[in-house]
Design a protein. Structure first.
Length: 327
């Protein structure tokens, strides 16, 4: 198991101040076509739960990787992937040791370019609509409506995994971030992506054997028209199943978005990105869970009690792109 932590500084303002630009913060938000059931949408159900889920399971049997094991034998990552596990508490920034690699290392079978289909299979707001938009019920209702519209709608994009200077397989983060954002927007919205320094992932701390800067780095700055977004991976861990065909990761992220010259503090998002990938003949199938939390600068932070306020579940399908055809 590999791990790494860091703790960037941040400030926060209410979400509505960013306005339409905040829609770009839906990194990795996509959707599929299951039969749906809407339950407990503010109708007095247990624990103020808001659920937008398929009737049977959150994902199909072929990608429900975490649910196959006995509950008592699950790893920490598998446990957070369980489709019926919505009572989740935020992992502390220091939940893993400071030692370890400078990036998430993927298995060798992920090397190359892939055509990815990512589909939203389920969405949950475990603490209710009140926690979706700083208590603004109108924005919360709009958020739920947008998630409803994404269910059943797969989005395709290209992802790349490369070898760094040390020969480890890592994601081509700059390319992948731009590819996801543009796909989600349905057009080219990213102007540039650059690697940025962070306390434990700077040119001084992330170097190869010859002392040269090791890239890609964990943190990126993404420039849009009128918006700058910095995405930090603050801690992570990975694991590989004994047979070598299944790989899992958990990464804690902090995203800061600001409109240059707008005289407002950055809009802040804390999230856990939990992934499971399984090699299956010529394709890779997987599961992605995005778990959203409030941070100390949110007005409802103490009311939330460090619990997850949003959970989005996705299925993934990777098809290899021949080298000559990769963009």
């Amino acid at each position: 198991r590999h791990s790494r932590t860091q703790k960037p500084r941040m400030r926060h303002v209410p979400r509505q101040r960013i306005g339409r630009s905040a829609a770009l913060l839906g990194l990795l938000l996509l959707s599929a076509r299951p039969h749906l059931q809407f339950s407990c949408l503010g109708l007095g159900c247990r624990r103020r739960t808001v659920l937008l889920l398929p009737l049977d399971t959150v994902v199909g049997a072929e990608v429900a990787l975490a649910d196959k094991a006995d509950a008592e034998g699950l790893t920490a990552i598998q446990d957070r992937l369980r489709s019926n596990n919505t009572d989740l508490e935020k992992l502390p920034t220091g939940y893993v040791a400071m030692s370890g690699p400078a990036d998430l290392h993927y298995p060798s079978w992920m090397l190359g370019s892939w055509r990815v289909t990512q589909t939203l299979e389920g969405y949950a707001a475990p603490l209710g609509k009140r926690f979706l938009a700083n208590g603004n019920t109108d924005i919360a209702s709009k958020t739920l409506s947008e998630e409803q519209s994404r269910l059943g709608q797969p989005v395709d994009f290209e992802l790349r995994y490369i070898k760094n200077q040390k020969g480890d397989v890592v994601e081509d983060r700059a390319f992948n971030v731009a590819s996801r954002f543009n796909a989600f927007a349905g057009r080219k919205v990213v102007r540039s992506v650059e690697y940025v320094d962070s306390p434990v992932n700077s040119p001084e701390t992330a170097k190869d054997a010859d002392g040269q800067p090791l890239e890609p780095r964990l943190s990126v700055a993404v420039t849009f028209k009128g918006l700058l977004q910095r995405i930090y991976i603050t801690s992570f861990q990975t694991e590989t199943a004994p047979n070598g065909d299944t790989w899992r990761s958990l990464a804690s992220t902090r995203t800061l978005a600001s409109a240059p010259g707008a005289m407002t503090n950055p809009f802040t998002v804390d999230e856990e990105v939990v992934t499971a990938l399984r090699r299956d003949a010529a394709v890779v199938k997987g599961r992605l869970r995005l778990i959203g939390y409030l941070n100390p600068n949110d007005g409802l932070f103490f009311d939330a009690g460090n619990k997850a306020v949003t959970i989005a579940d996705y299925s993934l399908r990777f098809s290899a792109i021949p080298t000559a055809a990769a963009t």
